[in-house]
Write a protein that binds this ligand. Structure first.
Ligand code: PLP
Length: 400
């Protein structure tokens, strides 16, 4: 017999499995709105011009392929921390922030989860309900207990802020709280500035460790700096926290696996010790991070000219998504004027959270060949203006 006889078949991943199913569909009307990856209006993957330019520079540098230090490429870490916290941040100048280059957002979260498990044993991590499907996986695999706080109100298709605050109020002191830095996935609904202030206050009062997940910097407002607002507000208020940062979406470096984990501590000594342990965890998990993506980021973010150009391209991506969002709402209003569709344009970022039931999602996929996640989330980054009407018809049919 096989040693693997008792190994059960694992279910397909709820998000990446959607792409597999999409590929297997032979209908040419098919539309993949499952994964949050940006496409142009011809529905083709995009490599940003600034990335192409940076790649050329990196090739011309004729770098060797030696291992990076465990904590990564120093110029990458520097510009990444500046992008997240502000180049003029007093916290950076005083050494209160340490940075570990890691494997995009997921890997950064995973190292952070291992850190929580090792140094805060018994602490629960609170994630919003709903959240990105991988959050629960990542923390559970690292041996951390996962609990949820209320986030979405199906009645208003908006933020259940009082529910969120009540759940945080009853969470044990010292808990870890996952906060989406901007463009909450899957709902596309963020707290207002006033609400963020209340979240900050409760985190301070209850000694929570905020763990920001920044996967969409630039996709909420279109502006990279504006979208760092919540993280900077918490850091500047003196909270200790962890921040995972991904360049998958905003630089389109998905498969390069480039990102960072930042730790903000009360003083330099605590920050340094935390970094020494983060490196130890990374050493056992994957030893050291990959080189190329980090070099590309260092070129783009560290060069004022390329950085300006990136801001323009970022605006372009965010703008295209905004446009198809509006077109979709206009089309839905025309086809089904008695229903309220404004929630779609109230939501921001890459996604729209439709509130569709499982059966309605199945109708979208089985009858209309529209692929989306089971929670009713559609990625507008995968919609073109030419497909808006097709999608609107499918949505109206599925809701009726
Ligand atoms: N966090 C959130 C909320 C996400 O939506 C994603 C990607 O979909 C990630 C983190 C991490 O993505 P990656 O590991 O590709 O950076």
């Amino acid at each position: 017999g096989s040693r693997f006889e008792t190994v059960e078949q694992a279910p397909p991943d709820p998000i990446l499995g959607v792409t597999q199913a999409f590929r297997a569909d032979e209908d040419d009307r098919k539309l993949n709105l499952g994964v949050g990856a940006y496409r142009n209006d011809d529905l083709q993957p995009v490599v940003l011009d600034v990335v192409r330019k940076a790649e050329l520079r990196v090739v011309e540098q004729k770098n060797n392929k030696e291992y990076l230090p465990i904590d990564g490429f120093a110029p990458f870490n520097k510009v990444s921390a500046e992008l997240m916290f502000g180049a003029d941040s007093e916290l950076l100048a005083s050494g209160k922030i340490v940075t570990l280059q890691s494997l995009s957002g997921t890997g950064s979260l995973r190292v952070g989860a291992a850190f929580v498990n090792r140094f805060f044993p018994g602490a629960k991590v609170y994630i919003p309900n709903p959240s990105w499907g991988n959050h629960k996986n990542i923390f559970a695999d690292a041996g951390v207990d996962v609990a949820q706080y209320k986030y979405f109100d199906p009645e208003t298709i908006g933020l259940d802020f009082s529910g969120m605050m009540a759940d945080l109020e009853s969470a044990p002191e010292g808990s870890v709280v996952i906060l989406h830095a901007c463009a909450h996935n899957p709902t596309g609904i963020d707290p207002t500035v006033e609400q963020w202030k209340e979240v900050l206050e409760i985190c301070q009062r209850k000694g929570f460790l905020p763990f920001f997940d920044s996967a969409y910097q630039g996709f909420a407002s279109g502006d990279l700096i504006t979208d760092a607002f919540a993280v900077r507000m918490f850091a500047d208020a003196g909270l200790e926290m962890l921040v995972s940062q991904s360049y998958a979406k905003n630089l389109g470096l998905y498969g390069e696996r480039v990102g960072a984990l930042h730790c903000v501590a009360k003083d330099e000594g605590n920050a340094k010790r935390a970094l020494s342990q983060l490196k130890r965890l990374a050493r056992a998990l994957y030893s050291n991070p990959p080189t190329t993506g980090a070099r590309i980021v260092a070129e783009v973010v560290g060069d004022p000219e390329l950085f300006e150009e990136w801001k323009g391209e970022m605006m372009g991506m965010a703008g295209r998504i905004k446009e198809v969002r509006q077109q979709l709402v206009d089309c839905l209003k025309q086809k089904s004027p008695n229903r309220s569709w404004d929630f779609i344009t109230d939501q921001i970022g890459m996604f729209s959270y439709t509130g569709m039931s499982n059966a309605q999602v199945e109708n979208m996929t089985n009858k209309h060949h529209v692929y989306m996640t089971k929670d009713g989330r559609i990625s507008l980054a995968g919609l073109s203006s030419g497909k808006v009407e097709y999608l609107a018809n499918a949505i109206v049919d599925s809701f009726d």
